[in-house]
Design a protein around this ligand. Structure first.
Ligand code: SAM
Length: 233
């Protein structure tokens, strides 16, 4: 039974524990596939070998999209259930059940910190950014996809009724700057839930829609922000 005094992060863990076995099957619509294709392209442009920490790794989506070498990858998630599924899919990769706002990993050990598809949005955003900064070596790069307001004003998908936070582009940039990241870029990505019917379009149409939004979209209209920044050398 979940009580008021249980730390929020444990409650998030329990929620995702319950979702873990069904999680992948829930994200197999055309919209999800189109989003994944674009995210994979962005990850390939972002990453070029080196140690990577996956913050809120869930069931291992990042490995599916990027194919990081086993020795270069570490995935953290507070949900033991999500970690169990990730391990069953990628038995040679390393996963730990841990809190991405204050992990047990050694600082300055990673070239890349990535937090895909809303994982930074269940905790105070600044705490996730600060932990990413601690984990990165100087010159290391971060890529985060917190939920953006474009997702907020729409009916929640039934599979994600739990509380998550939404962050505007200006605030996200400010937090990254205050936490001493440089070369910050930010734009809106993903099918906004406000246009829920768009999610049923055929795959080629969704690909065009998303490419167009990625090139011209206003950050706050996106379903996610795509934030990329570097730790000062
Ligand atoms: C929406 S899922 C996304 C998972 C994965 N990144 C993906 O793209 O499929 C969010 C994940 O973040 C994890 N998470 C949320 N807050 C966390 C925290 N403070 N520490 C560790 N994991 C957290 C949840 O347990 C969940 O697995």
């Amino acid at each position: 039974m979940v009580g008021q005094d249980v730390p929020v992060v444990n409650r998030i863990g329990e929620i995702f524990d319950r979702e873990a076995d069904l999680y992948d099957a829930r994200y197999d619509t055309h919209a999800d596939m189109a989003e994944d294709q674009l995210t994979a392209k962005r990850l390939v442009n972002f990453y070029s070998q080196g140690k990577l920490v996956d913050l809120g790794c869930g069931t291992g989506k990042l490995i599916e999209l990027l194919g990081v070498d086993t020795e270069d990858y570490v995935g953290l998630d507070v949900s033991g259930g999500m970690i169990r599924v990730a391990r069953s899919k990628y038995p040679l990769h390393t996963f730990h059940t841990d809190d991405i706002t204050r992990s047990l990993l050694m600082g300055e050990s990673y070239d890349y910190a990535v937090s895909l598809y809303g994982s930074p949005s269940y905790s105070p955003f600044r705490d996730v950014v600060r932990e990413a900064h601690r984990l990165l070596r100087p010159g290391g790069k971060v890529l985060m996809m917190p939920y953006a307001p474009g997702r907020k004003n729409a009916p929640r998908p039934p599979q994600a009724p739990h509380a998550a936070r939404y962050i505007r582009a200006a605030e996200a940039r400010e937090v990254l700057k205050e936490e001493r990241f440089v070369r910050i870029t930010c734009h809106g990505v993903g099918v906004p839930w406000a246009h829920a019917s768009d999610r049923d379009l055929p795959l080629p149409a969704l690909q065009v829609l998303l490419e167009t939004e990625a090139n011209h979209g206003i950050a706050d209209d996106g379903c996610f922000l795509l934030l990329i920044a570097e730790k000062r050398r």
